[in-house]
Design a protein around this ligand. Sequence first.
Ligand code: NAD
Ligand code: DAU
Length: 347
Amino acid sequence: MKHRYLVTGGAGFIGSNFVHFIDQTEPESLVLVFDKLTYAGNLDSLKGMGPQHQVVVGDICDEQLVAQALAQFKPDRLVHFAAESHVDRSIDGPKEFVKTNVLGTFTLLHQAKIYFEANKGDFRFLQVSTDEVYGSLGETGYFTEETPYQPNSPYSASKAGSDHLVRAWWHTYHFPVITTNCSNNYGPFQFPEKLIPVVILSALSGKPLPIYGDGQNIRDWLFVLDHCKGIHRALERGELGECYNIGGNNELTNLQVVHRICEILDLRRPKQKGSYKDQITFVKDRPGHDRRYAIDASKIKAKLGWQPEESFESGFLKTVDWYLEHEDWVKNILSGEYRLTRQGLGA
Ligand code: NAD
Ligand code: DAU
């Protein structure tokens, strides 16, 4: 047996990609997904994983259930993806973000520390964080691991709060943590409320493609499998107590992203007349919208030998093709049916 991974949020976008990555690359390892199955959690995204893995449906704020999962599964790796993750939702309803991201992370840390002290061994807690905690950049510069935290949205503030707790557990208790701060992910299994799936699916159904403000906000896009590999590398080779930035070195304005997706769709599923670009519609901006994110990923490259494998060109093609080939996955989300599949996979 190689590792026993307890993966919180493993039914979400990045978590499910991580589970498949482990399933495919470490046949001797076992995974326990611990997920509340909020609107963003989808057991369909875990279809195809080996039957040796398990799913517990539960809230990371539930101390007893977390303690029980740790005691029974006995992980040596805890990879913490579970979070409320959508900035727009955090603006409309910040409370769930504080509960899950801050209180939930506290609960996990508290219970995992009790578990670690009782069992010791080579246990590692990996906090999956975001570049948004660093705030917004001007036209130049990059986020490094030394950049001071300046979160601007309720989402990023709650993630920053959870990162600070993780840091404190290392400094105060020597609880074995590693934190990764990653840029915008794209790829299979992303819930259709984030920019890229919104654009693909709205384009195909003839709806407007909503671009906030002037479309000139910049994000640094990374293919989700590269992120999973970076997390895995940090778990395996990272130094305890350290933070590692993970980024794609792929800065694009939102308008460039949407144009590129439209161009791919024009090739793959040409419209009878015109281009998908004709559906682009500029809409009211997001309040407090961060202008630019850009990651300096030189530390993880130099210290751990990680760098992205997928280019923006190849990654966007793979992503559009994945959505075109997985109509059932999309249909179950759009119809709400995916919320009814909680019974599956040992849940
Ligand atoms: P997601 O919203 O797709 O998935 C979140 C998962 O967490 C869902 O399965 C959901 O059911 C689960 N969850 C939510 N609240 C829970 C709770 N209280 N208890 C247990 N499970 C709960 O998110 P994602 O995009 O996959 O992001 C995963 C992590 O990566 C988050 O911590 C996010 O902050 C971070 N991150 C995301 C990106 C990105 O571009 N998506 C980039 C950098 C970092
Ligand atoms: O940077 C990492 C972060 O990336 C993660 O921490 C978050 O969990 C993840 O959701 C993502 O946050 P963003 O706010 O950058 O992602 P989103 O897909 O919501 O938006 C990307 C950009 O596109 C952003 O500038 C807002 C804009 N946008 C978004 C939507 C949904 C639009 O213009 N139109 C849209 O309809």
